[in-house]
Design a binder for this molecule. Structure first.
Ligand SMILES: Cc1ncc(COP(=O)(O)O)c(C=O)c1O
Length: 371
């Protein structure tokens, strides 16, 4: 079976993790500090990085550190992994959805501007599948309206924009290192940011609100959770980071080949190449109805050919949790069409040329001959 994704874990990763397990110190410690410093270097050196036990925790801590809370509205894309909206609810604020572009699946400054109200405090653009959002116009809007712009780069480690890595801007940017991501710490995430005040606050928020004085005595000036990454995960991440460029080069090569080799068919809407794209996922829209099928049948048809397809993601505003805010069908046509039609094709560094061709051939068979 060809899965839609699979982490690339080699002997070096296994050795690094084993070394930590044998060291006598397995939770947050020297490996976390080392990965924070190495990631900051990787991002160009102008930011500080703090690691978390998930991308979700990093987003939540960033919102709390900026005091986003009850009474605030936060603009999020209507189509993303649900964590992007859930963290807003978690801090007591209200997510306000905006539609995404059908092809890039990203939000843009015009759509954000149209959703602003006097209560808008923040915007969380998502670099979907590693395709960088056009950030300049959104940052301009943020400056004009005094908004926090918090980039959800959970899917975009190694993506670049304007010649710099995503995460290098100095504004708060969150990454995820979940096993599906382009590099992994098993579970894990990070916040990159240049503001020392924010860095200090997220350090407290990620660990019980604790601050230490020069003698090592603790005090607790504010609430904090339990969001720290263990050294075991950081040791894995340190090795993975050395392989990120190679991983992403292979991802780009495979994505290019999909763009060249998948059938040109009216029922199939492909993503497009973009500068700085790290191709975390290759997501298409397939109009299964035009083939006389429904999406579960399509997924099953591929499964019988030993090909696993993913679904990323349903439109968030149609989940029961968010319908409670008055959202419903027809609010965001692009997000809803993506939600109905999206399929994620196998794309990961260890995918072989032959496996890749098998996926392309299966799409030709389905679209040219029918099920
Ligand atoms: C866009 C987006 N935001 C946030 C997250 C949350 O990251 P994590 O799973 O590390 O908590 C994910 C993870 O899939 C994601 O894809």
């Amino acid at each position: 079976m060809i899965p839609f994704t699979r982490p690339s874990i080699g002997e070096a990763e296994i050795e690094a993790v084993t070394e930590v397990l044998r060291s006598g110190w397995i939770t947050t410690g020297p490996r976390v500090q080392e990965l924070e410093a190495t990631l900051a270097d990787h991002l160009g050196g102008g930011v500080q990085v703090r690691l978390f036990n998930s991308g979700t925790s990093a987003l939540e801590a960033a919102l709390l550190a900026h005091e986003v809370g009850p009474g605030d509205e936060v603009i999020v894309p209507a189509m993303s992994f649900v964590a992007t909206a859930n963290v807003v609810l978690r801090v007591g604020a209200r997510p306000v959805f905006v539609d995404v572009d059908l092809v890039s699946r990203n939000l843009d400054a015009e759509r954000v501007a149209a959703a602003l109200t006097p209560r808008t405090r923040a915007v969380i653009p998502v670099h979907f599948a590693g395709r960088p959002v056009e950030m300049d116009p959104i940052y301009r809007l943020g400056r004009e309206r005094n908004l926090l712009i918090l980039e959800d780069a959970a899917q975009a480690i190694g993506s670049r924009q304007g010649g710099r890595p995503v995460g290098a801007s100095g504004n708060p940017v969150c990454f995820s290192f979940h096993p599906n991501k382009n590099i992994t710490t098993v579970e894990g995430g990070a916040l990159a940011c240049a503001d020392p005040h924010v860095v200090k606050r997220v350090e407290r928020i990620r660990f019980h609100g604790i601050e230490r004085d020069a003698e090592g005595l603790i005090t607790v000036p504010e609430w904090g959770g339990k969001m720290n990454l263990p050294d075991v995960g950081a040791a894995l991440g340190l090795v993975q980071l050395t392989r990120l460029e190679d991983f992403n080069e292979r991802r780009r090569e495979l994505a290019q080949r999909y763009l060249q080799r998948l059938p040109d068919h009216p029922a199939l809407l492909l993503p497009e190449e973009a500068e700085g794209h790290s191709w975390h996922m290759f997501c298409v829209c397939l109009d299964a109805g035009a083939l006389g099928m429904e999406r579960p049948q399509v997924i099953d048809w591929f499964r019988r050919r030993e090909i696993g397809l993913g679904v990323h993601y349903p439109a968030m505003h149609l989940f029961p949790l968010y319908r409670r805010f008055g959202y419903g069908e027809g609010d965001f046509p692009n997000a809803e069409r993506i939600g109905r039609q999206t399929l994620t094709l196998p794309l990961f560094p260890a995918l072989t040329d032959a496996e890749h061709q098998q996926v392309c051939d299966a799409f030709h068979e389905l679209l040219e001959n029918g099920a």
